[in-house]
Each structure stands twice: as structure tokens, then as C-alpha cells.
Design a protein around this ligand. Structure first.
Ligand code: OXD
Ligand code: MN
Length: 597
């Protein structure tokens, strides 16, 4: 094997697999990623010398870089994402499936000699704190320096991981190949702890520790081993007495997960001494703790956040996290001061700039109706920032035991159906509430407005096996947690007759978190309704919010007609999920229908 530096393990399984992958892809040499600063600096230098990355203004954005992906390769591609279990029914009706043997044969042709003239990088990495009961290990092979540098931010990678590979590891093979979108594949072999990704260089498809491992493969392992991998943020809410209570929350994309995770309390609460700590913004791994509660870690080490819309008002903590040591992808390059810009950063777009496609950009030609072609930054442009940069990163961030979860929150974007907040009756009903989660398309997106997309637990694109069996796993976990979190549902997106949002959102969402935690502590009563427990309006503090009691009453009202309409849509979705939908959830659906009358 053409190792250009010392391997970080002598583990035969690791070395044999690298050898086999190198025989297929034929790189000129193989480099182990150590995480040593000298190696990282040399890789950055190389990437800048080839134009793969652009070094930004060292004074204004120290150690920050800009990268552009191919214009046809700017987002996760669900249609090209596959779960390759031996039996199709184990992947389920929601996932795309290819038989593993056929998949390997098809992809081997694409991998063949694809690294000729290139270096193969071997990235040993951990998801979770090294040595923690939660931690799992992986090795990603890639021909992209951009991937290496992102993985060094997003995971705990390098030398220290070597000895842990003996505990087992997930194999990830990524080749950039020709970036042919017709032959782009993101394939998971959960029965074989393997991920194959080819013909993409976009983060969500190629940073294999993230969605591929920490959600798809991990959800499969979690079911086998009795824990959970979820698409959830984790935050801690500290009261003036110093006590911190934690919640985990799952929302579909574009529903403000990163913003909630880094929320700044409204003045009213800040003055009293309340504070929010961010443990994670995207993924939670959850286990039953020795004390009978559910405990969570964020297996990642950085944030891969959407840049557009991030600003001093919407999320000052995320913005602060991107001011050093960050890789920007597909944002706008401000040539006057060699910094970056994106739509929604401020009202001051750069005069001389290069857009996300690498072309000269004139902000005067921006057309909201044609964002992709006229914006400076791609709507899905990203920052990859170290978690430690975030001013509100939790002191428990590195705690190998994680944090105890008091509440699980599901949420979606619903104009009418869901009230601002409600609580499920119990874990089983809460699992039902998660299974019927949905979001409506908005006027901003192409296509019809108000179309409901079911996105159970925000995991539709991320469950590595059958959705019905995933719900069954949720129910089984409920039986295993002696002191389970309470389960809630929130909706920040309710609108009035003219389609305007009636809840201010952002920091004001703290008021809803306070009610949720009061419910968990048994401090407030609630109104029992057909859908769950809804707050009494007096129990949500509106001081300084600008929201009137009448508006709050409207936010908390239940639109029975739209709920009844929803029942049919849920039945259709359950039919699509198929035979493994647990009987208990079907009963919950019938019970909801009969309570609605
Ligand atoms: C996502 C992401 O697509 O976190 O959910 O990038
Ligand atoms: Mn996500």
C-alpha cells in the first residue's frame, strides 16, 4: 500500500478495507489524517494553491475559507439516496432501495480508477466524545481536501481515534469522480456498517459522519442496540437559581432548528438571569441513563448551518460562531475586503462580488422570484463552524455522559392545524404526534402553497430502515425509560386570514419553552382537548412580547375542521408506510378521530 505517512492503526480489518478500496480507486498515494496542526495547515495551503478553496481576509475572518461546489451539486439529493438492505422490506416503503450486490457492482464501475492522479485521505473520526458510552467510530476515505477539512471541524477526528477503531468502525468511501448527477449515489449498507458516496462533493452527501452515519446508520444501530439517533437539537435552559433543564427538539428543514438551539432570551427573561445553552443544533443520540431518565449527546463537533437569513437579529450566536476557523460553501465573495456575504446578512450587499456560481454578481439584478439565478449566495449555502466558537455553547458540550432530557419537542410549519403548543397525553400518544408531523410548503417554494409533506420526527430522509419499525422502536423505548421525557408539539408558523405570521418567533419562543418546562415540573395546569393538553392563556407570559391576549387565544385555539381534514391525509400516509405501522399508532389515530367528533 502506498501510505505516505504512518498508519494510525494496525487493525487488520481497517487496513484490509483501505487496501481493497485503494485497489478499486487507484490513488497515487494514501495519507492518514492526523489532526496535527502542521498537516492541516499544509492541506489548506494545497487547497488554496489549486483554487479548491479561497483564503479569506485574515484580519476580519481569521482562518476562514470559501469553497464553491459544482452548480449541479448544491444540496442533499433524496432521490439518489439509498438504503441497501438484503431484503427490500427492511428498507421500507419510504426509502429508495437497491439490492446490495447490485449496488456494489454498479458503484464499483463508478469508483474504478476514479482517484488516479489523486491522493486518498484516510480520516479516522469519532461521533461523540472519545471513550464515552455514546461514542461510535468511523473511517472515511475521500479524495477531497474540502471533505477532510470539513470533517476536522464537524467530528472529533485524527490521531487519538486510531486506538478506538479496534472497538469497531463504520466504513465510508467517498469519491468525487466526475460529479455526474445521473450517476450520483449516496448508499448505505446498514447490515455491513458501510457507506458509499460517489459523484457528489456537497456536504450533506459527502461528510459521511453526519447524515449518513449519525442518522441513517446510527438509527439502524440504535434499534438493534436499544438507543435512539434523532434529527434533534439539544438546548439547556438555565433559570436564575442556576438550575439547567434540557430539551431535545425535532423540526423539518427550514423550520428554525439552529435558531432555537442558540436562542437569546427576550429582555424580560435576560434581566431575571435566564440563559440558553446550546448542546447541539442537528443530531441527538439518546440512551436510558442509570437514573432512569433519557440522556442525550450531540455526536457532532461543529455546525453545518444554512447561511442565508443568519444575521445579528435572527441568530447572533451562529453568526459569531462563523467569525473564525470556518469554511463557507457557496456564499457570495465580497471582493472589496475579501470576506463573505449572503442574502439576509444585512442590507448592504457588496459592490464588487462573485456569486455562488463563481460569476461576477450585481446585487441590483436580484429577483426574489428567481433566487437561484440572481442571488449572491445559494439559498442552501452553508457555514461549517466549530461548536466551540459559539458564545452559548453548553459547558456540558464535551460531557461524555450527555445531558438529561426533560422534554422532547416536535414541530412543523402549519398555517392552521397545529396550535402554538400542546402536550401529548403520554409517551405512546407522543410517538403518535411525532409520526404525524408535517410541514406545509410556503409561497417561497415552487409549487402549490399549503401542500402538506409528512415528515415523521423530522426523520423522513434519515431513517436507515422501515419507518413503521422505527415507530415501533420509539414505542419500545418508551417502555424502557422509567422516567421518560414529556412530549410536546409546537408551531411557530400559524397565520392570520391574510397569511401573516401571528407569533413573533425567534427569542420569543422562550415563552413557550418556559411553559413546557413548567409542565414537566408539574407547576401548571392545562386544558385537556381532543389533540392533547393545551395551555391556559394566563400560563404563557406575554410581558414585553407585543403579543395580545386575544392573539394568544387565537394561537392556542384548535381548528377542528382542519384537524378532521388532516385525518384522511394521515391515513393515506400510514397506508404508504405500510404493514409495519404499529397497531398502537393506528389505535391512536382512531381515538383522535373519535375525540374530534
Ligand atoms: C439538513 C441539514 O439537511 O442539517 O437537515 O443539513
Ligand atoms: Mn438537519
Amino acid at each position: 500500500m502506498k501510505f505516505l505517512n504512518e498508519p494510525l492503526t494496525e487493525n487488520r480489518a481497517v487496513l484490509d478495507w483501505i487496501e481493497e478500496s485503494a485497489a478499486l480507486t487507484a490513488p497515487d498515494g494514501i495519507v492518514w489524517i492526523t489532526g496535527d496542526p502542521a498537516q492541516t495547515e499544509e492541506l489548506k495551503r494545497q487547497a488554496c494553491s489549486t483554487g479548491e478553496m479561497i483564503k479569506l481576509n485574515e484580519e476580519l475572518l481569521p482562518d476562514c475559507y470559501l469553497h464553491r461546489t459544482a452548480v449541479n451539486d448544491v444540496a442533499r439529493v433524496e432521490a439518489r439516496t439509498f438504503i441497501c438492505t438484503k431484503k427490500k422490506e427492511d428498507a421500507g416503503n419510504i426509502n429508495n432501495w437497491i439490492e446490495p450486490g447490485e449496488c456494489r457492482e454498479r458503484l464499483s464501475k463508478l469508483y474504478k480508477n476514479s482517484m488516479k492522479g489523486k491522493t486518498m485521505y484516510v480520516i479516522p473520526y469519532a461521533m461523540g466524545q472519545l471513550g464515552s458510552e455514546f461514542a461510535k467510530y468511523g473511517v472515511e476515505l475521500t479524495d477531497s481536501i474540502y471533505v477532510v477539512l470539513n470533517m476536522l471541524i464537524m467530528t472529533r477526528a485524527g490521531r487519538a481515534v486510531g486506538p478506538h477503531l479496534d472497538e469497531g468502525f463504520i466504513k465510508g468511501l467517498h469519491a468525487t469522480a466526475t460529479l455526474d448527477p445521473e450517476n450520483r449515489y449516496i448508499c448505505h449498507f446498514p447490515e455491513d456498517n458501510t457507506i458509499w458516496s460517489v459523484n457528489s462533493a456537497y456536504g450533506g452527501n459527502v461528510l459521511l459522519g453526519k447524515k449518513c452515519f449519525a442518522l441513517r446508520i446510527a438509527s439502524y444501530l440504535g434499534r438493534k442496540e436499544g438507543w435512539m439517533a434523532e434529527h434533534m437539537l439539544i438546548l439547556g435552559l438555565q433559570s436564575p437559581d442556576g438550575v439547567i433543564r434540557y430539551v431535545a427538539a425535532a423540526f423539518p428543514s427550514a423550520c428554525g432548528k439552529t435558531n432555537l438551539a442558540m436562542l437569546i432570551p427576550p429582555e424580560y427573561y435576560k434581566k431575571k438571569g435566564y440563559k440558553i445553552w446550546c448542546v447541539g443544533d442537528d443530531i441527538a443520540w439518546l440512551r436510558v441513563g442509570r437514573d432512569g431518565r433519557l440522556w442525550a449527546v450531540n455526536p457532532e463537533n461543529g455546525f453545518f448551518g444554512v447561511a442565508p437569513g443568519t444575521n445579528e437579529h435572527s441568530n447572533p450566536n451562529a453568526l459569531a460562531a462563523t467569525r473564525s476557523g470556518t469554511i463557507f460553501t457557496n456564499v457570495c465573495h465580497d471582493l472589496d475586503n475579501n470576506t463573505v456575504w449572503w442574502e439576509g446578512l444585512n442590507d448592504d450587499p457588496p459592490e464588487h462580488a462573485i456569486n455562488w456560481k463563481g460569476e461576477p454578481w450585481d446585487y441590483r439584478k436580484y429577483d426574489k422570484a428567481d433566487k437561484i439565478n440572481t442571488s449572491g449566495a445559494h439559498p442552501n449555502s452553508r457555514f461549517t463552524a466549530p461548536a466551540k466558537n459559539c458564545p452559548c455553547v453548553s459547558p456540558e458540550f464535551d460531557n461524555p455522559d450527555g445531558v438529561p432530557i426533560s422534554a422532547i419537542i416536535f414541530g412543523g410549519r402549519r398555517a392552521k392545524t397545529a396550535p402554538l403548543v400542546y402536550q401529548s397525553f403520554d409517551w405512546r400518544h407522543g410517538t403518535f404526534v411525532g409520526s404525524i408531523m408535517a410541514s406545509e410548503t410556503t409561497a417561497a417554494a415552487a409549487g402549490a402553497i399549503g401542500v402538506v409533506r409528512r415528515d415523521p420526527m423530522a426523520m423522513r430522509p434519515f431513517v436507515g430502515y422501515d419507518m413503521g419499525q422505527y415507530w415501533a422502536h420509539w414505542l419500545e423505548m418508551g417502555d424502557k425509560i422509567p422516567d421518560p421525557p414529556k412530549i410536546f408539539h409546537v408551531n411557530w408558523f400559524r397565520t392570520d386570514g391574510e397569511g401573516h405570521f401571528i407569533w413573533p418567533g425567534f427569542g420569543e419562543n422562550m415563552r413557550v419553552l418556559m411553559w413546557i418546562l413548567d409542565r414537566c415540573a408539574g407547576k401548571v395546569d392545562a386544558k385537556k382537548t381532543p389533540i392533547g393538553y393545551v395551555p391556559f392563556a394566563d400560563d404563557i407570559n406575554l410581558e414585553g412580547s407585543g403579543v395580545s391576549k386575544d392573539t394568544l387565544n387565537e394561537l392556542l385555539s384548535i381548528d377542528t375542521a382542519s384537524w378532521k381534514e388532516d385525518i384522511g391525509n394521515i391515513r393515506d400516509f400510514y397506508a404508504l408506510v405500510g404493514d409495519y405501522v404499529p397497531q398502537k399508532l393506528r389505535e391512536e389515530l382512531d381515538a383522535l378521530e373519535s375525540r374530534l367528533g
